[in-house]
Design a protein. Structure first.
Length: 248
C-alpha cells in the first residue's frame, strides 16, 4: 500500500456504506459520524483506518477512477451513462495508442472515461456554459491528455484519428463532413437519444461504405436475491441508441 501525502485524495469508507472523498489538507473533516483531523493521515498507508472523536471508524482507501468520477464531476447537461460508455469503449476497440475526436462534450462524462484509456482525446463543445463545466470536470480529474475546444468540430484542423465519437444534433450530416479525419480502418460511434437521427445515421454510414455497421441500445436490469430471485421492478432502460461503423 502506498503512503498518503498532503494534497492526496482519500476515500473514507464507513461501515454504513457511506463514503466521503476528501483532499488531505490541514483541516478538520466533519460528518454525521463525527470529526477528525485530516493531517493525522499524512504518512499512513492507504487501507489503514481512522476513528472520529465519537469512536466511529473509517477505512481510508485510495480512490479509483469510479470514485473520482462520482465525487468530483458535476453534471449539467444529460450524461452518457456507464452502460453505454462500456459498449462504446469495447466496440471501438480503443487502447493506449488511440487518438479520439469527440463532438458534443456535454458534462465530459464520456470524455474522461475515454481519456482514462486512450493516448489523446480532442473534444469540441459549442455551448459556453457546457464547455466551462466540462473543462472544470476534466481538470478535476487531472487528465492531461484532453484538448477541449469551445467551438464547432468542423473547425478541427487535426486528422489521422483512430476514432470519432459524436453526440450532437444532425450527426448523419456531420459524419459525412468528418470522414476525412479518420485513418483507414478507423471507427465511428454515434450516440443519439432519438430513433429518427439514429436510423438516418446508420443509413449514412452504409452510404459512405462503412463496414461492420451496428445499431443497438443497452438495457440494464438488476436482480434482488434476498427473499426470492427476481428482477427489480425498476430498471435503467432506454437512454440512447448507438451506431458503430468502420471505414476500410
Amino acid at each position: 500500500m502506498s503512503i498518503i501525502k498532503e494534497n492526496d485524495y482519500a476515500l473514507f469508507a464507513h461501515g454504513s456504506g457511506k463514503t466521503f472523498l476528501k483532499k488531505i489538507e490541514l483541516r478538520t473533516f466533519h460528518s454525521q459520524f463525527g470529526a477528525f483531523e485530516l493531517k493525522k493521515l499524512i504518512g499512513k498507508k492507504y487501507g489503514s483506518s481512522v476513528k472520529t472523536g465519537t469512536g466511529e471508524k473509517f477505512v481510508v482507501l485510495r480512490p479509483d477512477f469510479n470514485d473520482l468520477v462520482a465525487k468530483r464531476l458535476r453534471r449539467k447537461p444529460q450524461i452518457i451513462h456507464k452502460k453505454d460508455i462500456g459498449l462504446i469503449i469495447t466496440y471501438l476497440g480503443i487502447g493506449r495508442e488511440s487518438k479520439v475526436l469527440e463532438a458534443g462534450t456535454g458534462s465530459a462524462f464520456l470524455t474522461v472515461h475515454l481519456a482514462n484509456i486512450v493516448k489523446e482525446v480532442v473534444t469540441y463543445e459549442k455551448r459556453d456554459a457546457f464547455y466551462e463545466n466540462a473543462k472544470k470536470n476534466i481538470e478535476n480529474l487531472g487528465l492531461g491528455n484532453v484538448k477541449i475546444f469551445n467551438d464547432d468540430i468542423l473547425k478541427c484542423k487535426e486528422k489521422d484519428f483512430d476514432v470519432i465519437v459524436l453526440d450532437l444534433p444532425g450527426p448523419a450530416g456531420m459524419i459525412k463532413k468528418l470522414i476525412k479525419k479518420l485513418k483507414t480502418g478507423g471507427r465511428v460511434c454515434i450516440y443519439s437519444p432519438d430513433i429518427e437521427n439514429a436510423v438516418e445515421s446508420k443509413k449514412m454510414l452504409e452510404t459512405l461504405n462503412f463496414k461492420n455497421v451496428k445499431f443497438m441500445e443497452c438495457l440494464i436490469r438488476e436482480y434482488q436475491t434476498d427473499k426470492c430471485v427476481r428482477p427489480l421492478t425498476q430498471m435503467l432502460g432506454h437512454t440512447g441508441y448507438l451506431i458503430f461503423g468502420r471505414i476500410i
